[in-house]
Design a protein around this ligand. Structure first.
Ligand SMILES: [Zn+2]
Length: 126
């Protein structure tokens, strides 16, 4: 675990497949954006970030526990990840996009995954 798994993680693929199965056609990048969300719907101006609970320190999530060794290193790494996440969302709002964060642990609950897909479909097709 030496680097942040940035693209094509298992949770990202899971969500993409679920969206695709509902007929939703996303893109993986939008060149005009100031950051790189994981999934984008350019015509709806919707950007989705799929966050790993550990790397992005999901609040109150059991997967977001601080490692017991090298705590200074991890604290700094998590702090930087969180700052980047905050900045990304702010930058998207500035260009009038909607940013959504989906957590890895949500995708493991079939009911929650179905809800996320439905909410996305409603947003994209409105
Ligand atoms: Zn989580």
């Amino acid at each position: 675990m030496s680097r942040v798994p940035s693209r094509n993680s298992a949770p990202e693929i899971c969500l993409r497949q679920a969206l695709f199965a509902q007929g939703l056609r996303y893109r993986l990048n939008a060149k005009s954006l100031p950051c790189k969300p994981d999934i984008v719907f350019p015509s709806a101006r919707l950007a989705i970030f799929v966050h790993g609970c550990f790397w992005h320190q999901h609040d109150m999530c059991p997967k977001a526990r601080m490692p017991k060794t090298r705590t200074d290193f991890w604290a700094e790494k998590f702090r930087r990840n969180k700052n980047r996440d905050t900045r990304n969302i702010r930058e998207l709002r500035e260009v009038e996009w909607t940013a959504v964060i989906v957590w890895e642990c949500e995708l493991k609950r079939p009911n929650r995954l179905a809800e996320i897909v439905m909410e996305t479909a409603t947003f994209v097709r409105r």
